[in-house]
Ligand binder design. Structure first.
Ligand SMILES: [Zn+2]
Length: 602
């Protein structure tokens, strides 16, 4: 199955490479956040027993071998720690079970009758609210199709923010799903807690609570290992490889992250020859046998080992490996490599690349390493379109993770995921809210103003509004203006479009091109759209500089401030799939789930 994921990866890479005109410079960011902006609120490795924890109201809790052991024989066992005034924070803990198939953590815990409970049940998350003793299921995720090994250590992380909280759940650093509490009974502050259900025996370690911060912040160092095969040799020097990749890669991530993160790249001083021929790995095309045989992992591992004597891997966050010419199709292993090095560390993420790629493929794969998913259609990519760009039916050329050939910016959805757009720059409308008038600043520039508007439909779906202007890397966009997307968080990892741009001018070209999807105040452009299904309208009231004044909400609210026009748009919810693709679709979903099972992705 792995190779199919590899395929997906590849599609981005197959794009024709155009000479870049971007001037390369190696300058770092202008603003360096102190300590990456992270403030630790609480840490415990249980070396001091339970000294920092409140007396547990239920369950049996004991520290042994500097690990917390929790069990319960009947009711939910729980234990808490921290400051009851905590509101927005990131809470992570390592957990493994000896008995039972459930991990559970508590956030905004006020007392045994008031808290949120985030539950990982082997193959899906559940989000529960307990309020005044009543249990309410906020959201139950669909099963992923694979099982988490509950008897192994995993990091469960929960990020939550907002008076009406947004709750994000992660496993082993990978964002799994984001849920909004729309119960009307929100809890706005509270401590963290650990929980065990009846019949579960869990071990906990390395509890950390920190202020809300970007997931990806500060410098990231990458070593690019150059390796060739007995049967395929390189053509470019290490210096040429460095020059075409790292200055632009650094410039790109510095810009799209608002100077929050940047890239320090190094390239090995020569190409080393692996023992096995390229035909052994067979990962040069998407149909190569190597994808099923795990050779993508083997390729990275062999490269790491052949360079181990000379490279100190402790100095780098990530390893990229380039094979000669076109011998390797680009891919990313995003969490669960287990490659031990002479330096005493284990490498868990890495990317395979080819000599002939330019920096854009590296940027896309680094997006995966940073935990962003692909935003193009796996279904179409699997079907072997004549033009690989045809798979970009959801977001077109408006996001690096949809189409890297044009290297646009990462869109608002990805920037929110990575924490580069903090909650304070997001305006949220909840269901039932009449509407709002707001000014939205360009996505591309640093601002203290609003950069995203989210209109919630339910706990996991919403409309996302952003303002895209031809600034910096977004100069490649085919148009500018206010971009509206329909987001389904439950599709986050299935390659079937968690983000779907709402095309304001579908008559202007094929869906995958998305030439003029934006609203704008300009001749020939629409400046209002409405969605009858969701009783939602968006109108542009004015433009100042590159910012737009927007009215958004139910149509009657919007009509009071703006005259209605004729642009009625429906969110694209069903992608036409020909019968011959059905098997591929099923395969795609299966493979996407496998990806969650730590398969290769592309
Ligand atoms: Zn990809």
């Amino acid at each position: 199955m792995k190779h199919v994921l590899g395929l997906l990866i590849m599609f981005c890479l197959l794009m024709p490479a155009f000479p870049t005109t971007v001037a390369c410079d190696d300058s770092g960011p202008k603003v360096v956040p102190a300590g990456n902006g992270i403030e630790a609120l609480f840490q415990d490795d249980f070396s001091q027993g339970l000294a920092r924890w409140n007396p547990p109201p239920a369950g049996a809790w004991d520290v042994q071998n500097q690990e917390l052991q929790g069990s319960s024989d009947g009711i939910l066992g729980m234990i808490s720690a921290g400051d009851s005034a905590w509101t927005d924070y990131v809470f992570s803990v390592h957990v493994r079970n000896r008995e039972g198939l459930v991990y559970a953590v508590l956030v905004r815990w006020q007392d045994p009758d008031n808290y949120y409970r985030v539950v990982l049940k082997q193959d899906h998350f559940e989000f529960w609210l307990r309020r005044s003793g009543d249990e309410q299921l906020l959201y139950r995720e669909s099963p992923w199709g694979f099982s988490t090994a509950m008897d192994e250590w995993h990091e469960v992380k929960v990020k939550l923010y907002g008076v009406v909280p947004t709750i994000e759940a992660y496993i082993d650093g990978q964002p799994e799903i984001t849920v909004k509490d729309l119960s009307g009974r929100s809890i706005s502050s509270g401590v963290i807690g650990l929980a065990v259900e009846a019949g579960v025996l869990s071990f906990f370690d390395d509890v950390k609570v920190a202020t809300l911060h970007p997931d990806i912040a500060g410098p990231y160092s990458i070593i690019l290992l150059l390796v060739e095969f007995p049967d395929v040799k390189h053509t470019q020097s290490p210096q040429q490889m460095y020059d075409k990749i790292f200055p632009a890669l650094n410039r790109y991530y510095t810009e799209v992250s608002y100077n929050l993160t940047w890239i320090n790249g190094q390239v090995t001083p020569e190409w080393k020859v692996l023992q096995k021929p390229s035909t052994y790995y067979d990962i040069s095309t998407i149909t190569g046998s190597g994808w099923q045989k795990g050779r993508t992992v083997e390729f990275i591992a062999d490269a790491i080992h052949v360079w181990d004597g000379e490279v100190d891997y402790r100095k780098y966050d990530y390893v990229f490996v380039a094979g000669p010419r076109d011998s390797v199709w680009g891919y990313a292993e995003t969490c669960c490599l287990q490659i031990s090095t002479d330096d005493g560390i284990t490498i868990t993420r890495g990317s395979g690349e080819r000599e002939n790629y330019d920096w854009r493929t590296y940027a896309h794969e680094l997006g995966h390493i940073f935990s962003l998913p692909d935003l193009y259609s796996y279904e179409i990519a699997f079907s072997g379109p004549r033009d690989w760009r045809e798979a970009a039916i959801y977001v077109g050329p408006w996001d690096l993770m949809s189409r890297s050939d044009d290297r646009p910016q990462i869109g608002a959805w990805g920037k929110i995921k990575l924490g580069w757009i903090p909650p304070g720059r997001i305006l949220e409308l909840l269901p039932g809210q009449q509407g709002a008038i707001a000014t939205i600043d360009p996505l591309e520039t640093q601002t203290s103003g609003i950069q995203s508007i989210i209109v919630y439909l339910n706990a996991t779906t919403y409309f996302l509004i952003e303002n895209r202007q031809p600034i910096g890397f977004d100069k490649v966009l085919p148009d500018k203006g206010v971009l509206v997307s329909y987001v389904d968080e439950a599709k986050c990892w299935r390659g079937d479009g968690p983000v779907v741009v709402q095309d304001a001018s579908p008559e202007t070209g094929p869906r995958w091109q998305l030439l003029h999807p934006t609203l704008d105040i300009a001749p020939g452009k629409r400046d209002r759209l409405a969605n009858q299904t969701y009783d939602l309208a968006i109108g542009l009231l004015g433009k100042q500089g590159d910012s737009y004044k927007i009215t958004v909400g139910n149509p009657s609210f919007v009509d009071t401030s703006y005259p209605p026009q004729q642009n009625q748009l429906e969110p694209m919810s069903i992608i036409a799939v020909s019968p011959v693709l059905v098997a591929l679709v099923i395969l795609g979903i299966y493979v996407a789930r496998r990806r969650k099972a730590r398969a290769t992705l592309g």
